[in-house]
Design a protein. Structure first.
Length: 480
C-alpha cells in the first residue's frame, strides 16, 4: 500500500531577457528578491520523485493584437481567448500595446508608456481582455520596452533629461532612427519607468512582463535588481512574473541572473542550435549535442526557467522573414514535440498552431489567415499541451535523462522517473526507423502520442532497453 505524502511546493523566481547569445555563468537568483507566489499543497504518492506546484507546466503564446483578428482590437481578441484556452495556452504575452511613433510604425517605438494604441481600443478594453483571460484561468503579460522610446514620445518634450545625449543631441541606440535612448543614470527616469510597470497592474490587472532588450549596456543590472522586487511587492496578493528577452547563460548577461527574472529565452538553444545547427537535417546526434549543451548551461543559472521556442516575431519577420517550414522543413513536427516535452516552457507565436504559414509584418499588423490550417500541427500542439498539463514529468523543472540509441538519426530522452515518466523518441531520418533505446525508466506506460488527432490510451510494457519503430521525420511520446 502506497503511503501518501503531503508536500508544500512554491513557484520559482523567474528570469530576464537579453539580446545576447548563449554561454554559461553560475550566478544564482539572489535571496533578497521576494517570491510572491503562494505555496500550494499537493498530495503525491511515494515514489513520485519530483512533486510540483500548479503553474510549472505552462504554455505561453505571443499575440500581436493587430494581427490576431480581422478587427485588430482588444475586444475582438478577447472573443478568441476561448480558442487559446482550448489549445492549451496558459499565458498570453501581448506584443507592445502602446501608441506608436518614430515614423516607421514599430510597436517597439512607444510614444506613451501609459496609454494604448488607439487602433487596438482603450485601456478599459485591455482591462476587459485581461479580465476574460483571468476568468478562463489564463494570465496576461505585457511586452515592456525599457531601453528607448519613439523619437516623438511625450517625454522627448516634457522630460528631455530622461534621455541620453551626445554633444547635446539625443542618441539613437544601435543607429535605430525611430527611437531615442533612455538615460538610466538619471534616477528620475528609472523611477518613472518602474512607475509605468506599476501603472498597468493598477489599470489592467496584468500578471507579468516580457522585458525587451534587457542586455542593453545602457540599462544597469542594478536597475532590475531594484525594480523587479519593487514591482513584485507592489500589490499584496498579486503575483507578477518577469521574462527576459535574452539568454542569461551568456556570460555577457551574468549580471542579470541574480536580479529576479524568473524566465529567460533559450536563445542559444534555438538560434544557434535548432535553427542553424540542425535545421532541416537528419542528424539525431547533432540534435542530442544541442540539447545537452542547453541542459549544461541551464544548470548554471538555476532556478531560472528557460522559454524554448521554434520561432517568434523577430525570426518570422525580420531579415526578410522566415517561415518555420523554411527553417526546419519536415523537422518542424518532431521539433514541436521537442519544445513541449523538453526542459522549459514552450512558446507559441501568433498562428503557429495552424502551421505558421505567413510572414507577419508586425509593423503593419498583417492579419492571420485562420482558414489556412495545418491540421497536423494543430493536433500536435493541442495534444502535447494537454499532456504537458497532465503530468508532473513535463513540469518546467522536472528531471531529464538523455537516452542512448543505436541510430545516429534518432534522439531520445526521458522526463521524470518512477511513477511519472515521459519518454520522447525523435526520428530526423528520411526513412522509418526501428531503434533500440536504453537507460529507460521501465514500467507500464499508459498513453502514447505520435502526431495524430488524439492521444492513444495504451498498456505498453517498457524495459530498460526497448526497441521502437518511429516514422520518418516523426516522433513518439510515451507517458505513465
Amino acid at each position: 500500500m502506497k503511503k501518501l505524502l503531503s508536500v508544500i511546493t512554491a513557484a520559482f523566481l523567474f528570469s530576464s531577457c537579453g539580446c545576447n547569445k548563449d554561454n554559461e555563468n553560475d550566478s544564482t537568483v539572489s535571496s533578497d528578491v521576494k517570491n510572491d507566489t503562494p505555496a500550494i499543497e499537493e498530495t503525491i504518492q511515494e515514489g513520485d520523485e519530483f512533486p510540483i506546484a500548479k503553474g510549472k507546466n505552462r504554455v505561453i503564446y505571443e499575440l500581436n493584437t493587430g494581427s490576431f483578428t480581422t478587427e485588430g482590437t482588444f475586444k475582438a481578441a478577447g472573443e478568441k481567448l476561448q480558442d487559446l484556452k482550448d489549445l492549451g495556452v496558459d499565458i498570453v504575452w501581448l506584443m507592445p500595446i502602446y501608441p506608436r511613433g518614430g515614423g516607421i510604425n514599430s510597436p517597439y517605438a512607444a510614444t506613451d508608456f501609459k496609454d494604448v494604441n488607439p487602433k487596438y481600443g482603450k485601456i478599459s478594453d485591455l482591462k476587459d481582455f485581461v479580465s476574460k483571460a483571468h476568468t478562463l484561468g489564463m494570465e496576461v503579460w505585457l511586452d515592456w520596452v525599457p531601453n528607448h522610446t519613439a523619437t516623438d514620445a511625450k517625454w522627448v518634450t516634457s522630460n528631455p533629461d530622461y534621455y541620453k545625449k551626445k554633444n547635446g543631441e539625443m542618441v539613437h541606440p544601435n543607429n535605430y532612427g525611430d527611437v531615442f535612448q533612455l538615460n538610466y543614470s538619471n534616477p528620475e527616469l528609472a523611477e518613472a519607468m518602474t512607475n509605468c510597470l506599476k501603472f498597468w497592474i493598477d489599470e489592467a490587472d496584468i500578471d507579468g512582463y516580457r522585458c525587451d532588450y534587457v542586455s542593453s549596456p545602457e540599462i544597469p543590472a542594478s536597475y532590475w535588481a531594484k525594480a523587479i522586487p519593487e514591482v513584485k511587492n507592489y500589490k499584496s496578493g498579486k503575483t507578477i512574473t518577469f521574462l527576459a528577452e535574452g539568454d542569461l547563460t551568456d556570460a555577457n548577461n551574468s549580471g542579470l541572473v541574480s536580479t529576479g527574472f524568473e524566465y529567460d529565452y533559450a536563445w542559444g538553444f534555438q538560434e544557434g542550435g535548432l535553427y542553424k545547427t540542425v535545421g532541416k537535417g537528419i542528424s539525431g546526434t547533432s540534435l542530442q549535442k544541442v540539447c545537452e549543451k542547453m541542459l549544461d548551461a541551464t544548470e548554471k543559472i538555476k532556478p531560472i526557467i528557460r522559454m524554448i521556442y521554434l520561432t517568434n516575431h523577430d525570426q518570422n519577420y525580420n531579415d526578410g522573414g522566415h517561415l518555420i517550414s523554411d527553417i526546419y522543413g519536415e523537422n518542424v513536427y518532431p521539433f514541436t514535440a521537442l519544445i513541449f516535452t523538453f526542459k522549459g516552457m514552450p512558446l507559441l507565436y501568433n498562428g503557429q498552431e495552424i502551421g505558421g504559414k505567413q510572414i507577419l509584418d508586425y509593423f503593419n499588423d498583417t492579419k492571420i489567415k485562420w482558414n489556412d490550417r495545418d491540421e497536423k500541427m494543430y493536433n500536435i500542439i493541442k495534444n502535447l499541451a494537454q499532456l504537458k498539463h497532465s503530468t508532473n514529468a513535463l513540469a518546467e523543472d522536472a528531471t531529464i535523462v538523455v537516452n542512448k540509441t543505436d541510430n545516429s538519426q534518432v534522439f531520445a530522452y526521458t522526463r521524470g522517473s518512477g511513477k511519472n515518466a515521459v519518454v520522447t523518441v525523435i526520428n530526423l531520418g528520411t526513412s522509418d526507423a526501428t531503434v533500440s533505446v536504453s537507460d529507460l525508466t521501465s514500467g507500464v506506460y499508459t498513453s502514447k502520442y505520435t502526431g495524430g488527432e488524439s492521444i492513444e490510451k495504451v498498456s505498453e510494457k517498457v524495459l530498460e532497453t526497448q526497441s521502437f519503430t518511429i516514422s520518418k521525420k516523426g516522433f513518439m511520446v510515451l507517458s505513465k
